[in-house]
Write a protein that binds this ligand. Structure first.
Ligand code: SAM
Length: 385
């Protein structure tokens, strides 16, 4: 199998050069050894296509020792750049854009930002693409002005007609974050739109959106089916991000509450609700633990929780309040099997673990997503596809 020539320096793909079947085997073994004491582990769901799945990348710019422009990914935990010609896990449109933009930047002689002297212009380019065939280009500059903006827009559109929006973002701070706070729309509407689970999702430069949208559909469908939802259910979508899971599940239940701590994600969630004309969902900006605690104090009735916490997992405030609320069904989506193990150890004192399903969301990396169905003792569920 052909190995990415820069994988050793880039650090993004830990499983480069390993056959996909072997990658899946390794992930399965890891999940088995961590979690099989709770329940037998289902066979990992693979990606249909392990290549070209990433819909977002950030490329950075610098000069080499001969003052030639170099462009590529940051080497992990450093500000040194590994030049790239292609990225096998990035979408095809993103790969086309990387090679086209490199030529455009050189041809237009755009100056490159120098982090030490804090002079120059172009710092990074953020690229996003969708399954619907739309792309976004975000020029991130260290200065307030994007030199030759009109020529850049002309060339980007001429060679990449699927680009639907171009944004100028200013990041003049000494930070490892790619995006600054100020955005100016140079072309298009400032967002692109993807389709997921039959719904539309608006993605702007700073929005959180799952990077493997194709497999996200598989993940969400599995999670929603495992929850065995019915039309009378009240569902909580905890750690809801831009509301994708709750919106996808909304037609199956009476009411959904989505809770999320990030204000801009909640703003996007409300826009997503509006453009999909969904009435039975409410988004709450709050810490998920605090919110669950307030519901349990009010003795609210909740039938099901789908929770998708960050890598750190859930805190005790969330877990103990959820146990007090006592929903019949909990579906725990985890991107970190170590914290999932910790949280299942807590939940198993009150609940029964019914199914553990690994899903491969990120081929060529060591990460693995796991969906777990947890039910209250005596509750029977049917997986509804
Ligand atoms: C793994 S992401 C899941 C997002 C969403 N469910 C999705 O599939 O796109 C975890 C989310 O939890 C949010 N988050 C982190 N800590 C939180 C907390 N204490 N309370 C509520 N949300 C939190 C993050 O902002 C992030 O959007």
């Amino acid at each position: 199998m052909k190995k990415c020539p820069v994988s050793e320096y880039c650090g993004g793909c830990q499983y480069q050069g390993i056959e996909y079947d072997k990658q899946l085997f390794t992930k399965q073994e890891k999940i088995n050894s961590l979690l099989s004491s709770f329940h037998a582990i289902e066979k990992i769901i693979p990606c249909k296509d392990p290549y070209n799945y990433r819909n977002k990348v950030q490329i950075s710019f610098s000069y080499d020792e001969h003052h030639n422009v170099i462009c590529g990914y940051y080497i992990q935990n450093s500000h040194a750049i590994v030049p790239i010609e292609r990225c096998d896990i990035a979408s095809k449109q993103i790969n086309e854009l990387i090679s086209s933009l490199k030529k455009i930047i050189l041809r237009q002689k755009i100056s490159i930002y120098d982090e030490r002297s804090r002079r120059g212009c172009l710092r990074h380019i953020l690229l996003r693409s969708t399954n619907t065939g739309e792309s976004m280009v975000v020029f991130v500059t260290g200065s307030k002005v994007l030199n030759k903006a009109e020529l850049l827009i002309r060339d980007v559109l001429k060679f990449n007609p699927y680009v639907k929006t171009i944004i100028h973002n200013i990041n003049d701070m000494p930070t490892s974050k790619v995006l600054g706070k100020r955005n100016f729309v140079l072309y298009g509407k400032g967002y692109i739109t993807d389709r997921l689970c039959g719904l539309s999702f608006r993605i702007s430069a700073a929005s959180f959106y799952q990077v493997n949208a194709m497999q996200t559909e598989v993940l969400y469908e599995k999670a929603i089916a495992l929850a065995g939802l019915n039309k009378e259910d009240v569902l909580i979508d905890a750690y809801c991000g831009t509301g994708t899971i709750g919106l996808a599940a909304s037609s199956k239940v009476r009411k959904v509450y989505g809770v999320e701590i990030n204000a801009s994600a909640i703003k996007d969630a409300k826009i997503n609700q509006k453009i999909n004309h969904i009435g039975n969902i409410e988004f709450i900006l709050d810490d998920a633990g605090k919110y669950m605690e307030s519901l349990s104090r009010k003795k609210e009735h909740i039938d099901a929780v789908i929770m998708d916490p960050p890598r750190a997992g859930s805190d005790i405030r969330f877990m103990s309040s959820m146990v007090k609320l006592s929903p019949d069904k909990i579906v725990y989506i985890s991107c970190n099997p170590d914290t999932l193990k910790r949280d299942l150890n807590y939940l198993k004192k009150y609940y029964s673990i019914q199914k553990i399903q690994p899903v491969d969301m990120f081929p060529f990396t060591s990460h693995c997503e796991v969906v777990t169905l947890i039910t209250r003792a005596g509750v029977e569920t049917t997986e509804l596809m």
